[in-house]
Design a protein around this ligand. Structure first.
Ligand code: LLP
Length: 389
């Protein structure tokens, strides 16, 4: 149901196989991140000329070393909880709060108050907190998250706009929101939209620039338009890779139509997905009727995406990388759920207990969504040292 694995020949982890096998021998399961991939992706994102500032969506991977690396490359941070705010300021001492966004949803009033205290940019996406707690917002500058009406992304559960989604204020409600903002004595200085995750249509974000710019006419103090994240990555989301040159060109035209605004973006996955792999050890193999299983020392407790979205992640037997496929099996974890499957019908070389398997493209929404279900600790995380030149 999640398809046959496609070989991706030029990935960093093929070249670093020996180092990865040693790391897995020391400890399993574990996530391993390659800082050079994060650096390369951040340079691509920072190369988007029409974008004035990009903010890394911390939820994708809040590892402190990832945050420090991206801060050095000039990115800001998009946070959705007090915990994420704590994390970025701890990881990056002296970080300018103007480089940080706080965009929670259904947050308690105290969370907004705390964010204003920290001096970060705050985004609201509901009239109610403004109407009911005007004191919290008095005198503050705000971003407003708009629901453009149409979500996009790799799975319905990650589409964050439209009738099925809890996010944002629909354009028809912006008048009511403006009244509540005025009443509270606050000022709207930016508009925001984020329509989903794993998007590979390069025209999406330019369309959002146009939409937000048209809505901004009603908000004279607006100076920035934040068109969100959602930049897709091949393998993780299926289909063709996002063409960053096409994205740059489309954004450039949109920016030229609305030169009075700063343009912001907030990619998460694109920066880190390909930088991460999950290493796990084979514990048992099993055949049952026509089915074959390869069981690992971790599963949906470390990587939830296949269970939650049917997401496809390439899986290889790192111990036998050069051996041809000889079996087809479901790769499963030890969690007491039938859905604890990391890959269906995967072609693998003859695989035995003790082998190390690698689950690719797991640097985004892997460790950050891991959990202790069944009281099984999820995979630990380690960042590789940069490769000697
Ligand atoms: N901005 C906002 C307001 C968001 O809600 C998100 C992601 C992002 C930016 C970053 O999106 P990205 O560039 O990473 O696609 N757990 C799912 C993805 C959920 C994304 C939630 N919001 C997955 O594993 O596919």
């Amino acid at each position: 149901e999640d398809g046959t694995p496609e070989e991706t020949p030029d990935v960093w982890w093929r070249e670093r196989r020996e180092a990865l096998l040693r790391l897995a021998d020391d400890e399993s399961p574990r996530y391993v991140y390659d800082p050079e991939v994060v650096t390369a992706r951040s340079d691509e994102v920072q190369g988007l000329g029409p974008i004035d500032q990009s903010f890394y969506a911390v939820k994708a991977n809040p590892h402190p070393e990832v945050l420090r690396l991206l801060e050095r490359r000039g990115l800001g941070f998009e946070c959705v909880s007090p915990g994420e705010l704590d994390r970025v300021f701890e990881a990056c001492p002296g970080l300018d709060p103007a480089r940080v966004l706080f965009q929670p949803n259904f947050a308690a009033p105290a969370e907004y108050a705390d964010a204003f205290e920290r001096g970060v940019h705050v985004t609201v996406d509901n009239v109610q907190p403004l109407a009911e707690h005007p004191d919290v917002f008095a005198g503050e500058e705000l971003f407003v998250r708009v629901d453009p009406g149409q979500g996009e992304g790799h799975h319905r559960k990650v589409r964050t706009a439209g009738a099925q989604s809890k996010f944002g204020v629909v354009p028809d409600d912006l008048g009511r929101l403006r009244a509540a903002v005025d009443q509270a004595g606050a000022t709207v200085v930016g508009l925001h939209a984020h329509v989903g995750s794993g998007i590979t249509d390069e025209s999406t974000w330019a369309g959002l620039v146009d939409l937000l710019a048209s809505l901004a006419a009603e908000f004279p103090a607006v100076r920035a338009l934040n068109v969100g994240g959602g930049l897709g990555v091949p393998n993780a989301s299926g289909g063709r890779p996002l063409d960053l040159d096409a994205l740059d060109a489309a954004l450039g035209k949109a920016a030229a139509r609305h030169p009075q605004y700063d343009l912001w973006m907030e990619p998460g996955r694109y920066l880190v997905a390909e930088a991460g792999v999950l290493l796990a050890r084979v514990t048992q193999t099993k055949t049952k009727d026509a089915a074959a299983y390869v069981g690992l020392d971790t599963g949906m407790n470390s990587l939830l995406r296949p269970a939650l979205y049917g997401a496809h992640h390439e899986i290889v037997n790192l111990s036998r990388l050069d051996e041809p496929p000889a079996m087809t099996a479901d790769v499963v974890g030890p969690v007491c759920e039938t859905g604890d499957v990391l890959g269906h019908d995967r072609r693998l070389p003859p695989t035995e207990p003790g082998d190390t398997l690698l689950v690719a493209t797991t640097g985004a929404y892997g460790a950050s969504m891991s959990n202790r279900y069944n009281l099984r600790e999820p995979a630990s995380e380690v960042m590789l040292a940069p490769e000697p030149a």
